[in-house]
Design a protein around this ligand. Structure first.
Ligand code: NAI
Length: 339
């Protein structure tokens, strides 16, 4: 595909700007031209005297429909609402696709892992009414919901994904033995939609059992579909199986807009030290290139990342303890491979 694409870039907080810079450099090295509209959000926006989710950013996303995003800090237990959740709700980004794949050259006990976790992104425990009640905050409560339509939509999305990506097995992960309605509605609708996909093997697992299976035999899993909070937790677990948060990208897809990001956070403990692993955001960049129809560039960028990891020379300390190579070195290695 030729011409110049337009996309919104949110550098994010903490390690965000440095890993996003790395991803942009690698995308540029593929030869694909992107006119980036850069906007801040979260802490970075507040520090610039703006709203955590500025109006201009939302307008830019409505316009470009494609976003590469760095992690955004969310205060714990107080402060502004998660910008990530707000963006997913605003653009109805209902499918969060998180591939967790082992790479040659990266030390892991599970070298054959190749799992995609697809998480319903707009309902469930993260988007309900969460509040303290009573004097002195004596009690906390949450009203959460999952709708039939949303459960059918994520089930169909996943089974369609499996079919178009040559995947053979989809596991629906739930807790319908305890959360008989909230999780039951997911399972019931998954079963119904699966009837239309007889070519894909489907099975059901309770979330606690799947945690155990994932850390014992992850290679027996293929595609997992689940509701919001379980998907968030399982995908960090799966990232740990293949070498950590530095290697796990995610795409948030709606019918109109898509946002690509690493699954990790802003990592304030290592911000500004040039040690953050940029590969997750680079892999999110690969997903973005595929989404905008730049298959060839996406493939080359994926191969460059694979080659650099396999050669094992410039790995950041999260991948090789005591390594003195940093974000900029690993970035340069990938960019040089693409040259
Ligand atoms: P985190 O993912 O930022 O960090 C967890 C651990 O992993 C830390 O030790 C960190 O140094 C390490 N780590 C993360 N990414 C790394 C990378 N690329 N290279 C090397 N090491 C890496 O999770 P944490 O500390 O719980 O959250 C920090 C902030 O990020 C919070 O405000 C949280 O709300 C936010 N967050 C934002 C997300 C997003 O914007 N999508 C996702 C997850 C968390």
């Amino acid at each position: 595909m030729s011409g110049i694409h337009r996309a919104t870039l949110i550098p994010g907080d903490g390690i965000g700007p440095s890993v996003c810079e790395a991803a942009v450099a690698a995308i540029e090295a593929t030869g694909v031209k992107i006119d980036w509209q850069v906007h801040q959000a979260g802490l970075a926006a507040i520090e610039a005297g703006r709203d955590p989710l500025p109006k201009e950013l939302l307008e830019s996303i409505r316009d470009t429909k494609v976003v590469l995003k760095g992690p955004i800090t969310t205060p714990v237990g107080e402060g502004y609402k998660s910008v990530n959740v707000s963006l997913r709700m605003e653009f109805d980004l209902y499918a969060n696709v998180r591939p967790c794949v082992s790479f040659a050259g990266v030390n892991t006990p599970f070298p054959k892992t190749n799992i995609v976790i697809i998480r319903e992104n707009t309902q469930g425990l993260y988007t309900g009414q969460d509040m303290y009640v009573g004097p002195d905050k004596q009690m906390a409560m949450l009203f959460a919901y999952n709708t039939r339509d949303a459960m059918r939509r994520i089930s169909r999305y996943t089974l369609e994904y499996a079919r178009t990506h040559g995947r053979k097995l989809v596991t629906a992960v739930h807790k319908a033995n305890i959360l008989k309605s909230l999780s039951g509605i997911f399972l019931e609708n998954f079963r119904e939609i699966a009837e239309d996909y007889r070519d894909i093997e489907v099975r059901e697992r309770i979330v606690d059992a799947v945690c155990m299976e994932l850390v014992r035999k992850p290679y027996e899993h293929d595609v997992i579909v689940t509701t919001n909070m379980f998907g968030d937790i399982l995908s960090d677990l799966a990232a740990g199986l293949v070498g950590g948060l530095g290697l796990a990208p995610g795409g948030n897809y709606g019918d109109e807009v898509a946002i690509f990001e690493a699954i990790h956070g802003s990592a304030p403990d290592i911000a500004g030290k040039n040690v953050a692993n940029p590969i997750s955001v680079m892999l999110a960049g690969v997903m973005m290139l595929r989404h905008i129809g730049e298959e060839d560039a996406a493939e080359r960028m994926q191969l460059a990342i694979q080659d650099v990891l396999k050669e094992g020379e410039y790995l950041t300390p999260d991948l090789r303890p005591h390594s003195t190579w940093g974000t900029t070195d690993l970035t340069r290695a990938v960019v040089d491979h693409l040259a």
